[in-house]
Design a protein around this ligand. Structure first.
Ligand code: ADP
Length: 250
């Protein structure tokens, strides 16, 4: 579902991704952990072409993301094609980014109706089912400011799912929440994982990583330092940087 090869990303002189490879199979949950500033969020944003990469290649379900080759040269892809591929990938941000002037339901139906041009009736029915799935059937007509952070984030997840994505990317989806609200969002993410959604999750929630991930990636200073199944990373990490990081945050 995802194949990233030697992805390099710089911000000015700062090298943020140094030839990072990443591969995610259909139905797999890959969790990326690591210290702040190691490049996790940037990697996720590159997968969706929210950031341009300096070199390397990213394939989403076999399609080159963000670029195309013309006469052996790599050029940026058309807006339309980028948008088409991006519409197959759900992105959940740390800050929920709901449209403040729209109800929960309107937030969820917005993209399928206005981007995919699907019929309102059909989309509304699906959106109600998605709100129920994230435990918010009774909040369909509530505006974001009337919802808790956890509820807003669950609406954001429902909104992403309304596009029927092949892949879901979660960028520290619980980091901005009060501690007592983290669990309800992780529960929805766990449920999605159990249903077989392909997911790449950047998180500081080590319990979640350990229980839900099929594969854990530890990043530090722009590279993947170590990766493997959760038990290998959490119990038998070989690299000292991984062990230090896990020791510090436990
Ligand atoms: P992480 O998610 O692991 O905390 P990030 O990917 O957010 O790391 O950031 C990696 C590095 O890139 C950090 O040093 C950060 O300050 C820098 N960075 C991130 N986004 C930008 C940007 N838009 N402009 C300049 N520097 C950035």
């Amino acid at each position: 579902m995802v194949r990233a090869e030697k992805v390099v990303k710089r911000f000015g002189h700062l090298l943020v991704l140094n030839e990072v490879d990443l591969s995610v199979k259909r139905g797999q949950v890959v969790v990326i952990i690591g210290p702040s500033g190691s490049g996790k969020t940037t990697m996720l944003r590159c997968l969706n072409h929210l950031e341009k990469i300096d070199s390397g290649r990213i394939f989403i379900d076999g399609e080159l993301m963000g670029y195309r080759e013309v006469d052996g040269r790599v050029v940026e892809d058309s807006e339309a094609n980028i948008a088409r591929i991006r519409s197959q990938v759900g992105f959940v941000f740390q800050r929920f980014n709901l449209f403040a002037h729209m109800t929960a339901l309107q937030n969820v139906i917005e993209a399928p109706v206005h981007v995919l041009r699907q019929p309102v009736g059909e989309v509304t029915e699906r959106a109600m089912a998605l709100l129920a799935k994230v435990g918010l059937a009774d909040k369909a007509s509530a505006f974001p400011h009337k919802l808790s952070g956890g509820q807003q984030q669950r609406v954001a997840i429902a909104r992403a799912l309304a596009m029927n994505p092949k892949l879901m990317l979660f960028d520290e989806a619980t980091s901005a929440l009060d501690p007592e609200l983290v669990g309800e969002v992780l529960k929805v993410m766990r449920q999605l994982a159990e249903e077989g959604m392909t997911m790449v999750v950047v998180t500081h929630e080590m319990g979640f990583a350990r229980e839900v991930a099929d594969h854990v990636i530890f990043m530090d200073k722009a590279v993947i330092v170590e990766q493997g199944p959760p038990e290998q990373i959490f119990e038998y990490a070989e690299n000292e940087r991984t062990r230090n990081f896990l020791g510090r945050i436990r």
